[in-house]
Design a protein around this ligand. Sequence first.
Ligand SMILES: [Zn+2]
Length: 99
Amino acid sequence: MSRKDRIAKAATRTAAQARDTAARERGRSKRSTSASGVSPHRHCTVCWAPIPLKADPPVCSNEECEATHDKREGSRKRLTIMLYLFPAIAILLAVLTSL
Ligand SMILES: [Zn+2]
């Protein structure tokens, strides 16, 4: 076998391997999404247990999770109020001092 033949054969083999690997990767990624058998769902925001897509609030049926979610939601609302309240007070003070 000549040197040229050997190189040609090696190149063909490498190309075939690359094709094989690509095909395997494609198959894997397809499996992990649509063909995996896992239906679309969301996760409990506290313990990340799978819950139905339409669950509202997004927590599982665990009472602790519900309580934790309520607490978080409450502090989030307070934070939002403060986010608007403090600049409002600052503007009010600025207006009052300029009068
Ligand atoms: Zn949970």
